[in-house]
Design a protein around this ligand. Structure first.
Ligand code: AMP
Ligand code: MG
Length: 419
């Protein structure tokens, strides 16, 4: 049922610090995840297509890993206690992929063995080829070396026992998960269906990228950047037509978007006369968790719930949209996708040039980060504010200035948001 058009004063004003707002989103994301899991859809995904998907079922070891005691070196398998006694007689050779058929190794014997081969019964160590001299069917330890039992052997089942969970449900499939699943014989995996995120860009000035804008018009870039961000966070973007700055049109579009799993609106959340997003949501009976955050860019960001769906009203300036999505919508979308952990999105880097700002807002400033094995360095990029997409395109991260800081000194270790 539609309530009468809300007077602007009726809109609640809940403005939180970044950290407070982030914790509110996290709490709601946990709730949304539980609800999403109850009505989950599951896709059967081929291993080769599983990267980035979230597992709906555990991947279980179908046999011990390793399945046999595995040599981790090229060398000689033998009994460690025999090594100080003098030469050992070489009784055979074993390659990876070859079964050992000659029975247990006896005292005084050694088998030449390659990395990845099955260590024969009776042997309790593998001496590296670099640590022996071998000739005429005999092998001797060189130098004063102690070789302990177990050296260079991974016992059968040491990595996982048959039936052990190797990758838990709720984990996003990355490179290591692909390898682990392949090792378990999982040619297909059960993955949660991708959450569908409705994208509603609002603004009378907007035209599509394919159209030629008039002098006073702006190309709609947010629908495209948001779709890309939704995909990167594991969701499926559902692009709606641009919504005109009109309360009824906004309300109608939001109602249509309720068929998705999450609603993303951009623009129309500021204090202007033609910003109708909050009013439309209010008329539809939405509950607001916050209507602003002490951040720059993105201060007017809105988060709430409409019936059984969460929504974000993201400020329309393109960098504000991008940053607020990364800060708040990413954890929600990942949770809706069934992912059990909020993945780290912040890294640390050493500041190359000092930064001075006014305190009172947590700032996310476009920056370039360079990294090597010694660590990362970050430098901010000059920008014209939150509409400056050219600056964003030069950046590969956003330098974080905490709410209470006015000055970050050269050499300080600072936080960087990855987008
Ligand atoms: P708003 O948040 O609606 O007040 O918009 C703030 C600024 O962002 C205005 O300059 C808009 O033209 C611009 N803007 C809003 N929506 C978009 C969009 N979808 N794509 C590009 N720019 C936008
Ligand atoms: Mg607008």
């Amino acid at each position: 049922m539609t309530r009468p058009l809300a007077h602007p004063d009726e809109s609640p004003s809940i403005v939180l610090s970044y950290e407070h707002a982030a914790s509110v989103v996290r709490r709601q994301a946990t709730r949304a995840r539980e609800e999403a899991l109850r009505r989950r859809t599951v896709d059967k995904v081929a291993l080769g297509d599983a990267l980035g998907r979230v597992l709906a079922e555990t991947v279980v070891a179908d046999r011990d890993q390793p399945p046999f005691p595995r040599s981790t070196r090229d060398g000689f398998a033998c009994r460690s206690e025999d090594l100080q006694e003098g030469g050992l007689r070489v009784v055979g050779q074993l390659r990876a992929g070859e079964p050992w058929t000659l029975g247990a190794i006896r005292p005084g014997e050694a088998v030449e063995i390659m990395t990845g081969a099955t260590v024969p019964h009776g042997a309790d160590c593998v001496v590296m080829i670099e640590h022996v001299s071998a000739s005429d069917g005999w092998v001797n330890l060189t130098g004063a070396r102690e070789i302990a039992a177990g050296e260079n052997i991974v016992p059968a089942g040491a990595e996982a026992r048959a039936g052990d969970v190797v990758v838990p449900a709720g984990q996003r499939v990355g490179i290591a998960e692909i390898a682990a699943a392949a090792a378990c014989g999982a040619a297909h995996m059960a993955a949660f269906g991708r959450p569908r995120a409705a994208i509603l860009a609002t603004g009378d000035e907007l035209v599509d990228v394919a159209e030629k804008p008039l002098a006073h018009q702006i190309r709609n870039s947010n629908s495209y950047s948001l779709a890309a961000q939704v995909r990167a966070a594991g969701g499926e973007p559902v692009a709606f037509p641009v919504v005109r700055d009109d309360p009824d049109a906004t309300e109608k579009a939001i109602r249509e978007a309720q068929s998705c799993d999450l609603i993303l609106l951009t623009g129309g959340v500021s204090m202007g006369k033609y910003d109708f997003v909050e009013q439309a949501l209010l008329r539809l009976g939405a509950e607001f968790y916050f209507t602003g955050a002490r951040i720059q860019p993105g201060k007017p960001v809105v988060f709430g719930r409409l019936e059984n769906l969460h929504f974000f009203g993201l400020p329309g300036n393109p960098i504000s949209t991008m940053v607020t999505f990364a800060l708040f919508a990413v954890p929600m979308l990942r949770a809706l996708g069934g992912e059990s952990e909020d993945r780290p999105r912040f890294t640390m880097a050493r500041l190359e040039e000092e930064v001075r700002v006014k305190a009172g807002l947590t700032r996310f400033l476009p920056a370039t980060v360079e990294s090597s094995f010694r660590g990362a360095h970050v430098k901010r990029i000059a920008w014209q504010g939150s509409g400056d997409l050219a600056a964003a395109a030069k950046a590969n991260g956003f330098l974080v200035v905490p709410e209470t800081s006015e000055h970050l000194a050269v050499g300080e270790i600072v936080t960087v948001l990855e987008i």
